[in-house]
Design a binder for this molecule. Structure first.
Ligand SMILES: [Zn+2]
Length: 136
């Protein structure tokens, strides 16, 4: 089956989607590190463990990396789904095209109907009576 435009677009989209998911996972993996570095500074300033709003943090407790990673991965999965739809649509449309180029003929021996490719020619075996016949 030749690749049509829709299938090619789908494959490109799938690659972009996979890369986006990986970027999201990589970002998500940073979250524990961000949380660790954020946490230490804050607890050093607050021995009682109470957050009074004055403790200085040099991070966002991994929230940015965590949600950013989830959102990126979600977008990537969405792109992959869209690409699969595109690939399937390409497959369906090429199937439709091949159906449209088929014709139905009658076997010269048993008169049964046989589906033939429109531009087929040569010797064929009838699937019903197994007799050979010439077409085109
Ligand atoms: Zn026949």
């Amino acid at each position: 089956m030749a690749l049509n435009v829709s299938t090619k677009t789908g494959i490109v989209l799938a690659i972009i989607g996979v890369l986006t998911v990986f970027a999201g996972i990589a970002l998500f993996k940073q979250a524990p590190d961000d949380l660790l570095s954020s946490d230490i500074d804050c607890e050093d300033n607050n021995p009682n463990g109470q957050i009074d709003g004055t403790c200085e943090t040099d991070g966002d407790f991994g929230i940015g990396a965590c949600f950013g990673g989830i959102i990126l991965a979600g977008i990537g999965i969405g792109i992959i789904i869209a690409s699969l739809v595109s690939i399937l649509a390409g497959g369906v449309s090429s199937l439709t095209v091949s159906n449209a180029t088929e014709i139905i003929i009658h076997c010269p021996h048993c008169n049964s109907t046989i589906e033939m490719p429109l531009n087929a020619s040569g010797l064929f075996d009838c699937p019903h009576c197994n007799e050979e016949f010439q077409w085109n």
